[in-house]
Design a protein around this ligand. Sequence first.
Ligand code: 7TS
Length: 411
Amino acid sequence: MATETEIIDLQKIRSDFPILSREVNGKPLVYFDNGASSQKPQQVIDVISHYYEYEHSNIHRGIHTLSQEATNAYEDARKTLQHFINAKHDHEVIFTAGTTGSINLVASSFGKKYLKEGDEIIISTMEHHSNIVPWQMICEEKGAILKVVPINDDGEFLMEEFNDLLSDKTKLVAVTHVSNTLGTINPVKEIIEKSHANGALVLIDGAQSIPHTKVDVQELDCDFYVFSGHKMCGPTGVGILYGKEDILNNLPPYQGGGDMIKTVTFEKTTYNSLPHKLEAGTPNIAGGIGLAAAAKYMNEIGIDKIEAYEHELLIYATQQIKQIDGVRIIGEAENKASVLSFLVDGTHPSDIGMIVDKLGVAIRTGHHCTEPLMDRFGIPGTARASFAFYNTIEEVDIFITALKRAIKMLL
Ligand code: 7TS
C-alpha cells in the first residue's frame, strides 16, 4: 500500500484548512462528517472575503464599474465550473442553491411540461430524500408513477431489475452517482445508456461524487447533473444544475422574477436566454465565486489523487473497524467511495456518535435523509464516518480507539 504522502502533500493540504487545527471538547478535531459538508480551505475563504471587501455589487444590471466587475467574476466562475465538469457550453451551467434546489427545479419544470397521467419516473432505493420527495410531489400533481430500483444486501443497484422497470412509459430516470449512506458508486454510464436506448432522460445526483471523483458530463452523456458547493470545499447555499443545452432551452422557467426575463408588460412577458432564464432574482454571487475557487483548489491537488488517497483511507478504516467485535458494516458494494456506515450490536448509533464526539471525533448518526434505504435494511439508522482528502490514517486510528472506548462504555 502506498503511503499517504506519496499521493498528496497532506501536511500542506491540512495547513490550508484553518478549522482542522481547532480542538473539540479539549481534543484535536477529527472531522469525519464530510458527507454532510466538507470543510473550507483558506483559499476559498479568502476569495469570498475579497469579493465582499472589494468587489461586491449586484450583477447583470449595473453600468457602473463595480457591477461590471462583479458580473465578470460571477460569469468567470460559471466558466470555471463548466470546465470542472467538462460541459460543452457555459450556459449549460445553472447556479442554484444546491443539489436540493437543482432537483426541485428539474422536477418542477420538466414535470410541468412533459409529465402526464400514467407516465413513470424511476429512482433507486438508495436515494437521498432530495431525490425522492420532489419526484413524489410532481408525480402526485400529474398522476404519474414513481418506480424504485431495488438493491442487493451489499447495497448495489440491481441492473436487471432496472431493465425490467424501463418501459415506454419511463420519462426520466433519477439516480445518485454515489450513495451518501452506503458509499456505493453506481454504474451511472450504463444506467444512462440503457435509459437513452429506451427514450428516457437521466438526472444524476452528484452531491456525493463531485467531491471525490472526476466528472465529465459529456463523457457520461447525462441529461442533467446536479451537485452542491458545500460538499466540495465550497460555501453553503450554492450548487449547480448542469443540463444539455437543447433540453434546458425547452424547459419552462422555474421561478419568475428579475434577471430571467427579456421583456415584461402586464399583458405578456418574454423570457431571457440560458442560463438566466433559469436563474430568477439576485443570486448567491459570493457563493458562485467561492464555489469556483473550490473547484480550482481541488483541481490543483488533482481529483485523481484525491480519489486514490481517499480510497486508501476507506480500505484502512474498513480493515480496522472489521476487527472490532459486533460491528456490522452497512454498504459493502464492490465499488465504494469513502463512506463507512456501521452499526454495533447492542448499541444505538446516536450513543456512539455522542461518545466519540466527546473524544473529538465528528461522525454523523441517524437515517442520513435516506429513510426508505434504512427500511430496506430494517434498521432505524447507522453511524457514518465519511472521509475527505485532508483526513489522515492517524485520524482513523483515533476514531477506532474512540469507537472501542464508546463500545466499552455502552456494553
Ligand atoms: N443528494 C445526496 C446524495 C446527498 O448526499 C445530499 C446531502 C443531498 C442530495 C442534498 O444536498 P443539499 O446540499 O441540497 O442538502 N447529504 C447529506 C448527508 O449525507 N448528510 O447531510 C447531508
